[in-house]
Write a protein that binds this ligand. Structure first.
Ligand SMILES: [Zn+2]
Length: 594
């Protein structure tokens, strides 16, 4: 039965470039999962976008004497370029700086207010007279009132590690221009998380048996230990989404509040762009729909606690206010398979020290599928992992090239040469031929189950194990010798191996889409396996934004054993992967930290 699956990938913050740790943490697993679900015949939308607002973007704009829009656009374009090159099949990759997202976010705010889950409170905050604006806590520095450390940040002291009350800092100064701020009173809206606590505990308990332990620890565990408390959702900043209430001009919604709403607004924008403006309701107003949120561990509380609280708190008012729908609740997350972190050569990745492997830089020297492969076998699903260049070299040469690439290449080349570009006619298959096909075809169950449960490393490992089985079968049958004495036996072996490879092509396709697509062509299929990515510029009253989109192929529902026909025409094959020289390890290490 076809299901509605929403695949929600983290929204990168438009203030720095993307490195391999970000990719393996959330964007790549989301794509693997979405590609599998489409192959399995489900109704999938993979949505995300750039998180454009907030203080870091506006501060950077000032430092660079440009506008926040220009800063966000620069990074947004680089994200789209990377995601396209890496084959991340977003049905829609958009941004939070769109009229649609403003409207959806403001409607969620108003729905929460209708249900009495918002309250306002006056508070003291540092105000920089030199810039005529309030300073966010992390932009005020001063002497720690607990330990005397001279450079404590308003939100936290690096000297003693304590969380601080910014208003108590001694000798405060603005981190932006060094001026001395003054305390002023301001008023903000808060979301009443305490009033939603029982609902959120129920929501988490219902998912306790299949969520990852680290996600449960940082959600259910935290709530049971500390409870939920009101949290400010507005701030004094004009780079953001205006608070939709008269008299609140100059204040905007907090980035953490509005960016998660992007999963909803992007589904709505996707529907509009497809000319089916109500299509999003199949995912968002459908209790049977499943939503999966692919994020890094630093984002767990926002996706496993606060976002469900926003959705629950908006209740039926969102549908009433936004689309005139009565009695419709928004779909809560089905799973939040958050990943841990990836380190680099044994140290934490650090953009500012250039201790990072940057996505676009990597792809200027290497192909996308080897990156997808290494990031999947090394995905930090249950604990932190490490990117090391030795490991990349070894995995590429010993696994991707030796186990899978050579298998496909030697069988296809041999068939193409000895059967004049056609799949051999095998006659009746022998029991060893039938046996290896049974082994490989069982992978549609085993690999599928692993992906369904978001065990992507295990799924890829299983696919590669099956490729090794086909290698063993070939080594034993040795068609290269068979053909000299018994071409009929060689026909059976090569037909069987081609059929196994045709199945493996699908089993590995969510992980290695570019090379599976090539293999699909070499095997003589005329329609493409996957659909295609494309970019498109949208215009609204806020300006323009580039979107990355995906047009599915005519028949993407192919998660089933190969039906390769004897006598089918093939196309000239060539190697799928290239073996890398050991010298790359030292070359790449020399680029780090410089
Ligand atoms: Zn301190």
């Amino acid at each position: 039965m076809s299901e509605h699956i929403l695949v929600a990938a983290a929204w990168p913050y438009a203030n720095s470039y993307i490195h391999v740790g970000n990719l393996t943490g959330s964007y790549l697993p989301a794509d693997i999962f979405a590609r599998y679900q489409r192959l399995a015949g489900n109704q999938v939308i993979l949505v995300s976008g750039s998180d454009a607002h907030g203080t870091p973007v506006s501060v950077r704009a000032e430092a660079e004497q440009t506008t926040p829009v220009a800063v966000y656009q620069k990074f947004h374009q680089s994200f789209i370029e990377l995601f396209q090159k890496l084959g991340l099949s977003y049905d829609l990759y958009t941004s939070t700086h769109t009229e649609n997202h403003f409207k959806v976010s403001q409607t969620v705010f108003l729905a929460l207010k209708k249900n009495n889950y918002l309250y306002s409170e006056r508070q003291q905050q540092w105000f920089a007279a030199s810039q005529r604006r309030f300073l966010p806590d992390r932009y005020v520095e001063g002497v720690c009132y607990l330990c005397g450390y001279p450079n404590a940040r308003g939100d936290q002291c690096d000297g003693c590690g304590s969380l601080l009350d910014a208003t108590k800092l001694i000798d405060p100064r603005s981190k932006i221009d060094g001026s001395t701020p003054e305390l002023r009173e301001t008023e903000h809206f808060y979301i009443d998380l305490g009033a939603l606590e029982a609902d959120i505990i129920n929501f988490l308990r219902e998912r306790e048996d299949y969520w990852r332990p680290n996600v449960l620890r940082q959600s259910l565990g935290q709530i049971l230990a500390d409870g939920l408390h009101g949290r400010a959702i507005t701030r004094d900043l004009d780079w953001g989404i205006p608070v939709p209430i008269d008299g609140w001009e100059g204040k905007s919604l907090y980035v953490w509040f509005e960016a998660v709403i992007g999963y909803l607004s992007a589904a709505i924008e996707w529907s509009q762009l497809n000319g089916q403006p109500d299509a999003w309701k199949e995912w968002w107003f459908n209790p049977q729909a499943k939503s999966y949120y692919f994020i890094g561990k630093d984002n767990i509380p926002f996706h496993a606690v606060i976002w469900p609280a926003q959705l629950t708190g908006a209740g039926e008012w969102f549908g009433k206010l936004f689309s005139g729908d009565e009695g419709k609740k928004l779909t809560l997350p089905y799973d939040v398979p958050a990943n841990e972190f990836m380190n680099l050569e044994g140290e934490k990745i650090s953009g500012s020290r250039n201790w990072a492997v940057w996505g676009l830089d990597f792809l200027s020297r290497y192909d996308p599928d080897p990156l997808r492969y290494y990031l999947t076998v090394n995905m930090p699903e249950s604990k932190d992992t490490d990117w090391d260049w030795d490991g990349f070299l070894r995995r590429n040469n010993d696994e991707l090239v030796a186990t899978w690439g050579n298998l496909a290449n030697r069988v296809l080349s041999f068939a193409y040469k000895h059967w004049e570009g056609h799949v051999p006619e095998p006659g009746e298959l022998r029991s060893k031929d039938q046996e290896i096909l049974r082994v490989v075809e069982a992978g549609f169950q085993s690999v599928g189950e692993h992906i369904q449960a978001v065990r992507l490393r295990a799924a890829l490992g299983e696919g590669m194990r099956l490729a090794s089985e086909v290698n063993k079968y070939l080594d034993e049958a040795a068609p290269w010798f068979e053909i000299k004495t018994d071409k009929e036996a060689a026909s059976k072996t090569i037909y069987t191996a081609l059929k196994a490879i045709d199945s493996l092509k699908i089993l590995l396709a969510p992980f290695l889409p570019f090379t599976s697509e090539k293999l699909h062509t070499y095997l003589g299929y005329s329609e493409s396996l996957f659909g295609e990515q494309f970019t498109e510029t949208q215009h609204d009253n806020l300006g323009e934004h580039t979107t990355l989109r995906y047009r599915p192929s005519l028949n993407e529902n192919q998660w089933a054993p190969s039906q390769l026909q004897p006598g089918k025409g093939m196309n000239q094959p060539s190697p799928l992967y290239r073996k890398l020289e050991p010298s790359i390890v030292e070359e790449e290490r020399a680029r780090l930290g410089s």
